[in-house]
Design a protein around this ligand. Sequence first.
Ligand code: SER
Length: 633
Amino acid sequence: MTSRELRQKYLDFFIKKGHKVIPSAPLVPENDPTTLFTSSGMQPMVPYLLGQKHPEGTRLVNSQPCFRAQDIEDVGNNRHTTLFEMLGNWSLGDYFKKEQLPWIFEFLIKEVSIDPNKLYVSVFAGDEKYHLPKDTESVQIWKELFSQQNVGAKEVALDSLEYAAEVGMQGGRIFYYDQKKNWWSRTGSIEAMPTGEPGGPNSEMFYEFEEIKHDPKYGKYCHPNCDCGHFLEIGNSVFMEYKKIADGSLKKLPNKNVDFGGGLERLVAVSNKDADVFKIDLFWSIIEEIEKVTNKKYTDNRSSMQIITDHLKGATFLIINGVFPSNKLQGYILRRLLRRSAIKFYQLTGDLKFVEEITTICDRILEMYDWLFSINKNSLQTKEQLHQTIVEEMKKFGSSLVKGFKEIEKLSEVNGKNAFDLYQTYGFPIEVTEELLAEKGQKIDQEEFQVEFEKHKELSRTASTGMFKGGLVDQSEVAIKYHTATHLLHAALRQILGEHVTQKGSNITSERLRFDFSHPEKLTEEQSKQVENLVNQKIQENLTVTSEVMDKKEALKLGALGLFGAKYGDKVTVYTIGGNSHPERAERVEGFPFSIEICGGPHVKNTSQLGHLNITKEESAGSGVRRIYATLI
Ligand code: SER
């Protein structure tokens, strides 16, 4: 099966079960400073899981490209990738376990034609500390489903990973694991969840690849959550019904929600009965291109080619989503991807000729994802810009790469300091140095290395988990203010500069907003002041911010901004600042409401909450596009 076929089958299956297809979100979240990337399909759904009404209703489905920076180091085997597509379906207080589990089972065995004998599932074992019950309900549902297929379905309590590896599967098919494995939230464990974060027990599905034998390196016995590769996780139904509250305990959400996520690439691999995910169409055509460029065969160079394939694909997606190589945040992750793939290329060929041909590989990637890239036109870099960014970065790194390699060869003793120097002088990402040293049988002294690493603040800030440190909720409150300020800025720019101004991009951190818009020339100081003054005037006018769900057509008729080339559903949420009900809008007078935009929210209730806006910088962001940075004080 091709990935296009499987993706469509999934969407169609859930459409038949009453779901609406919603568009996928950008890979770099615009209004969420707590995270670097969209790393699961549920991320853009958080406000709705917490109780906000979704314009498309209570049953939703989509396919969401996801990027997981924390998995970079795992790439280099048959199943790990940083970039993947997550098939997702959601119930927002609508159906729950007894619909979700039978549906997903039906999808797997009927649509993907998986032999139910090869399927194994896990469920939540409960948690005493947090007063969470054992998920016996899911166990009963699974038992019934397997028995309908005449497949034995004994349940076995494995609880911890350590215990599981000690005792093995004991003929079971349904396994209880503790919260380390069968609790899902964006931050992992219940302890790590910040106040306000939703989470819940989950039930995962695994496919058994009999031809991949258990490797005792991973534990005495195999079990579904063993890392040896015998089992592959293919789907995760999260029963999102809790949220962390300020006293550290969990509270039930207003709704019982379902959040399902399944890796498209893994499902295609399973449907093709091949444990190597890189054999599916979405990777294989890239590998063929890499074989041509390097004149080497995949079968002899699997790990290197898996890394190049994944990293170039990830890099292409990030650039298309507006990321540029830099030393911080998303830009640094992009740089690591490009440098690590350059090093792998160099190891394969011993020269830098690949740089000349790398753009053909990127073009192959663009062709495969035409359906995705064509819907997001405005925020896209053009193909030429993509080529230029990749080639420039590869060229810049090329000469230090060769020198760095020589340096590593010379090193007889490796300590944390010289490993760190390799990063600073030659730009070798740490894990790459580690990998190259491991090939020579050497190890970095991690502790010593950490000391050096800590000194380099910018780098340590990039760890995406670190993004949560300031507290998700505190940061979100600030972000919400910036988000509303962005709408005011957009409207003010149009009033001062003219209606040709449209949003080209937006990015918010807890420190500032950044707004890109179409305008042919630099703003004069006076224009910039006028814009700033107008926004502040509107803040002082105490305007109310209201939202309403309506048909897209109606929203457009009202002059709502905000399509930005993206494909919204039929129903949209419209945020209005300074005007709140239909009659008022029907007799719109100039400048009233001040702003009306199609947008997912959330926003503050009244502009008076924003304080004072300061435009701190205005610069070019490409031809015909200007960029403004502003802070709220
Ligand atoms: N949010 C869950 C996951 O990422 C299921 O969609 O696995």
